[in-house]
Write a protein that binds this ligand. Sequence first.
Ligand code: AMP
Length: 393
Amino acid sequence: MIILTLNAGSSSLKFTVINMATEDSLADGIAERIGMKEGFIRWTINGEKGRLDSDMKDHRDALGHIMDKLHETVLKDQKVSGVGHRVTHGGPNFGDPEVITPAILAEIEDLAFYAPLHNPANAMGIKTAMEIFPDVPHVAVFDTAFHHSMPDYAFTYGLPHDLCKKLGLRRYGFHGTSHRFVAEATAELMGRPIEQLKIITCHLGNGSSITAVKNGKSIDTSMGLTPMEGVVMGTRCGSVDPGAILTILEKENLDAKGLNNLLNKHSGLLGVSGISSDCRDVEDQWDSNDQARLTMEMLGYGVLKYIGAYAAAMNGVDVITFTAGIGENGPRLRAWICSHLSELFGIQIDEKVNNARSKDPRFICKPESRVKVAVVPTNEELAMARYTAKFVR
Ligand code: AMP
């Protein structure tokens, strides 16, 4: 069975073609600068990289080019059986992936209220793909869904309750597909049922979030109403005192758009370090530039505090798992965080394994480590394809 996954952004469209018999990716790539000049599509098909420079007037145009390429290659002799769509915001109602009906598509469009940059683009990707593949199931996989199990005292803000109800203000959490995938893979690595484990998953990438997974369910996560809450990220500020934001509003004479730009695009690793939003660039200067040191240690300390909080929230922790760009590829930051947990959790990192590169899930702690520490590469596309395949079957 062949599943296509799509992740539509406002001017981009990411795709993956997965053979579910082997769970191998046959093709993946991205169309960028859709609706702009100098558009292009990059791909890897059967292990070979390629690129097409072409202006694409809209997502339909982009998907048309992508399908032409796929029909010449991996889809020459086989058909797509289902399409999985990444949807950023599922609001308060979606706790599981759903086969997309006209009513569900309308609901996804309505949820643009919560994710104005993402949900309209996701809906556009869905409509386009439904035109091109009218006869196969289309499945929406929501970034927020895994966190649906959070208890009310974890997701409620300390704001007037009526106002929260009116505006839908509460913590929803994001990266849910990744946290769930990684938690399930961690349970496999532990050789124990997920229903018996207390896992803290640290998804550290351009956007970062940490989740407490108790007995297979998300009971708390660091992102909130929007993906800005939590630890410092590439260009997002993470949690700051709302009073600081009011001060900026008053003193800098910014409107909502300007403030949003400041908090989302000019803060985080970029804003603090003044070097880059890319963690590699900041980490390179950890020892030579004090602002880089401060940035890396702020990030490490932020993650550390969530780990402590979530161990308390779950009344224990069996295993801490790192994933995503920084979590998978940043041994120094992992070691920095874990070195602060040696007395509390009896964690002992195995430096050799921590520093070795691998694409496989693995422990990076010594066998005698009381709380285990793992690195598990995330694969949101495979997770989406698995959900979609379930509906196809
Ligand atoms: P993601 O959003 O998961 O693609 O992660 C992107 C982040 O991962 C960027 O900040 C990258 O700098 C970081 N990253 C990727 N590779 C490495 C690496 N080898 N060492 C440290 N950070 C990395």
